[in-house]
Design a protein around this ligand. Structure first.
Ligand code: PHE
Length: 465
């Protein structure tokens, strides 16, 4: 029996599904707290530089490999690597995908709990009440695990329906909805009295706080936010059509992702500054990192911010909270789908089993990893804490700041120096039907600029230079 390989049906589907992978918790949860921790606008500028100089070429790399090979990530690298060790990059991507999924789905589950809590009115109370609410919930032995499992099953349901009927259809529905929600909340937030200080925090750069950590953070965030370095985009690109314009698609997706990150900033910081007169010092205070600038920003501070900001119309505050956590869940779901698809395609093609079985194995494995990540959060269980950090934090740090940039670096070296130039050019120009004006710049970026930048930032991070 020969089955034809699945494909995305339309151009719009390709853009929305791939942008759906990119736009996720990284934009709405991680980007604002990274920006908060690293001084606001200065971080934003460095981030944009990383996205343009490194993000676009690295995204193209994955598109080229995926569409050329028409196979899951591991096999795609292997096909182009002709048996050399370069093929291991693909497997490394699948492995990284499992680690990201493990904690990503935990945070996604929290979003569901918060949707429930905002409807039930459980988030009404002062700052310490909400902090307590989150801490108690996150450390609860089964509640976060239950929500995590529900989220995983939602994702499983979509993935097992296939590429066009599952991923593409869901993305076409969810992405526009997400965008509308984001714009509505951002406008509401910017209209609050005192919001302008938040806007200037995001757009007026202050370079005094910039150090090497800022650069590494921005680099990691660029890889993370664009879903680079672990084969997600390579897998999706294997479902692209032969006439998809790769360069144009990459630029569009990078632009959408960055726009959404900035909008998320415009949704969070104006409301934050409107609610706290001393917002800037709160963000800068390392003692308060867990609450105001760390992962807790979205789950501890924001519910309170919404309440305070709309204190003369509490119902609106509750509604905004509900919309916000729905938005966050949608964003998380489209990204989780792409993470799931990497391993589903891998098992489906490598073990020669049906797609549904492949998806089942992935869901079961990821749920298991998710349980450990969930239980480890907040360092409340000693057996899940290593060197002072929980499994959850380790996975976030290792994948976001080390593995993804490493995967991206290796892929640049692979495509720039190993894969024959003609293959790369053929893919980029759709077998010569496009002019390929940017081929030279792209090749230069992939051979020199990207590897050198990533290496320099790594070396600096580890104190070598
Ligand atoms: N890009 C996603 C986000 O911004 C996260 C992600 C990383 C998804 C890597 C897939 C692969 O949330």
């Amino acid at each position: 029996m020969t089955t034809e390989r699945a494909n995305f049906g339309t151009k719009l589907g390709i853009i929305l599904a791939t942008a759906g992978s990119a736009v996720g918790l990284g934009n709405v949860w991680r980007f604002p707290y990274m920006t908060g921790q690293n001084g606001g606008a200065a971080f934003l500028l460095i981030y944009i530089a990383c996205v343009v100089i490194l993000g676009v070429p690295c995204m193209l790399n994955e598109f080229i490999i995926g569409r050329r090979a028409q196979a899951n990530t591991a096999r795609a690298y292997s096909k182009l690597a002709n048996g050399t060790p370069w093929r291991l990059i693909g497997l490394f991507g699948v492995f990284t995908g499992f680690m990201i999924t493990g904690y990503y789905v935990v945070v996604s589950g929290w979003c569901l709990q918060y949707i429930y809590a905002s409807v039930a009115g459980h988030l009404n109370g002062d700052a310490s009440f909400v902090k307590n609410y989150f801490d108690t919930f996150a450390a609860h032995p089964w509640k976060p695990v239950l929500w995590m499992l529900i989220f995983m099953l939602m994702c499983h349901f979509i993935i097992s329906r296939g590429v066009e009927k599952g991923i593409e259809r869901a993305s076409k529905l969810m992405m526009p909805l997400l965008f509308i929600l984001l714009v509505v909340i951002a406008v509401a937030s910017c209209l609050l009295p005192g919001a302008s200080r938040g806007v200037s925090f995001l757009f007026n750069p202050d370079f005094s706080g910039v150090d090497s950590k800022t650069f590494l953070g921005a680099l990691g965030q660029a890889f993370y936010s664009l879903s680079l370095g672990m084969g997600c985009l390579c897998t999706y690109a294997s479902y692209f059509k032969r006439d998809t314009h790769l360069t144009k698609s990459a630029v569009q997706i990078v632009a959408i992702d960055t726009l959404i990150a900035v909008l998320a900033g415009l949704m969070i910081f104006p409301a934050f500054f409107a609610s706290y007169p001393d917002a800037a010092s709160k963000l800068a205070d390392p003692e308060l990192a867990g609450q105001y600038s760390g992962p807790g920003l979205v789950f501890i501070t924001l519910p309170n911010v919404f309440q305070q900001a709309f204190s003369n119309a509490p119902l609106i505050g509750e509604l905004v909270a509900l919309l916000f956590y729905s938005l966050l869940s949608l964003a998380a779901l489209t990204s989780l789908m792409s993470l799931h698809e990497v391993s589903t395609a891998f098992f489906h093609e490598e073990l020669n089993i049906s797609r549904k079985w492949g998806a089942g194995i992935v869901t079961a494995l990821c749920a298991l990893i998710g349980v450990f990540c969930s239980l480890s959060y907040g360092n409340t269980r000693e057996w899940l804490v290593f060197a002072g950090q929980s499994v959850f934090s380790w996975f976030d740090f290792l994948t976001g700041q080390i593995f993804l940039p490493t995967g991206g670096l290796l892929t640049c070296l692979f495509l720039g120096w190993y894969v024959p130039k003609q293959i790369v050019k053929d893919e980029l120009t759709n077998e010569g039907t496009l002019r390929g004006r940017f081929f030279g710049i792209y090749l230069f970026a992939v051979r020199y600029v990207c590897p050198i930048c990533i290496l320099l930032i790594f070396l600096h991070q580890f104190g070598v230079i």
